[in-house]
Design a protein around this ligand. Structure first.
Ligand code: PLP
Length: 405
């Protein structure tokens, strides 16, 4: 558990430097981290943690995975950046690879984040000539102005209104409400297969299939935001495979780059050719180093059989958290290794701290929900270690509440 020990006080010193130099839009982060390996990270004082935040569902292969390290090293040593005025082979290979994984003909646009992947989807929607868009209440699609317009969380939107586009938000999981909102003026419907940021909310079975039917009937595009759920996170390359749904546009980011920033907008059918020369772009689009990292992630997921491993580890984690029942755990929901532990009260921040005190990093994603998104490579031993520590942390919170009461 030890390693890279720094002097006591280094966490506080780095935190103060952060506060003095960085904008406060995130609030002060919980902890400075200086090193990671696999599922484990170390803080500035050398304390080790089992990382079940995973950089917010980003670190698909954990920290410092040799395949990613090698791919990045080799690529930056040969050709680091060419801009979109030239072609780099890893960019083409990654686009071809993603289309092969989707099993369909289409085209890919690369960007640098999830929000940008959705911005591209939104611009594709605009180019249909239709003005209206539909998204889900509570959904999260990013913080740039277009993506924020789709994000169904008014508190995040409020300071930045007016936002672009005519967007109707409908209750997530309610196919009837979706049917009532989509018309022949609707360019696109954007949905997450599982609402990650909203507390890991799984829609009722058949919802995505219904969304496919409704969009098709009205000639609207179905955009599936798989930024959090894609690239193996739920035990499939794309979470929507579980319902056999083929969207017109799929957005990816997070896990794809194995820790490097990338977004991808995959479009199929007529949607694949709406962006024409000059309509969209970014200097870093398809950067070969980032694409090489993403190829290493996809290769490793395939070669190590990680899709099945995710399903097995997810089940082990769920079982461990549910059995025997704990008085603070109401439910464990989600898919694969994107899980939400629903607590019997608004104590998620306290549980997050109790877990951290026991050497576990988790994320209080909602007042009563703790999100778990460990690397897809997490071992059975690490799952068991986490379960034991997390349950003990839950009991710490319970005891503390009883003492206070
Ligand atoms: N879409 C979904 C479903 C997300 O979970 C996120 C980030 O949490 C985004 C979009 C935005 O991605 P980014 O933070 O990379 O802009």
């Amino acid at each position: 558990m030890s390693g890279g020990a720094g002097p006591a006080g280094d966490n506080a010193r780095l935190t103060r430097r952060w506060q003095g130099a960085l904008m406060d839009n995130f609030g002060t982060p919980r902890l400075p981290l200086v090193r990671g390996r696999g599922t484990r990270v170390w803080d500035a004082e050398g304390v080790a943690y089992l990382d079940f935040v995973g950089g917010i569902a980003v670190n698909a292969l954990g920290h410092a995975h040799p395949a990613v390290v090698r791919a990045v090293g080799e690529q930056i040593a040969s050709l680091g950046h060419v801009s979109n005025l030239f072609i780099a082979e890893p960019t083409v290979r990654l686009a071809e690879r993603l289309l092969r994984l989707a099993g369909r003909e289409g085209r890919v646009y690369f960007s640098n984040s999830g929000a940008e992947a959705n911005e591209a989807a939104l611009k594709i929607g605009r180019l249909t000539g239709r003005p209206h868009m539909v998204a889900a209440t509570g959904g999260f699609h990013g913080r740039t102005m277009g993506a924020l317009a789709l994000t169904g969380q008014p508190a995040k939107q409020l300071p930045f209104r007016p936002l672009p586009g005519e967007v109707t938000h409908v209750p997530y999981g309610d196919a009837g409400a979706l049917r009532a909102a989509v018309t022949e003026r609707t360019a696109l419907v954007v949905l997450e297969p599982v609402q990650g940021e909203n507390g890991v909310i799984v829609p009722p079975p058949g919802y995505l299939r219904a969304a496919r039917g409704i969009t098709e009937a009205n000639g609207a595009l179905l955009v599936l935001d798989e930024i959090q759920t894609g690239v193996g996170r739920t035990g499939r390359w794309f979470a929507a495979e579980a319902e056999g749904v083929e969207a017109d546009v799929v957005t990816l980011a997070k896990g794809l780059g194995g820790g490097l920033p990338i977004g991808a907008t995959l479009a199929f059918g007529a949607a694949a050719t709406l962006l024409t020369p000059g309509t969209h772009g970014s200097t870093f689009s398809g950067n070969p180093v980032v694409c090489a990292a993403a190829l290493a992630v996809l290769d490793t997921i395939e070669e190590a059989g990680l899709l099945d491993a995710v399903t097995r580890a997810g089940e082990r984690l769920r079982r461990g958290l549910r059995v025997p029942g704990h008085p603070l755990v109401r439910e464990v929901r989600g898919a694969g290794l994107l899980l939400g532990v629903v607590l019997g009260g608004e104590v998620a921040t306290r549980v997050q701290q109790a877990a951290q005190d026991r050497g576990l990093l988790v994320n209080a994603v909602a007042p009563d929900v703790v999100r778990l998104a460990p690397p897809l490579t997490v071992s059975d031993g690490e799952v068991d270690e986490f379960v034991d520590g997390f349950r003990a942390g839950l009991s710490d919170v319970l005891e503390e509440s009883l003492t206070v009461a």
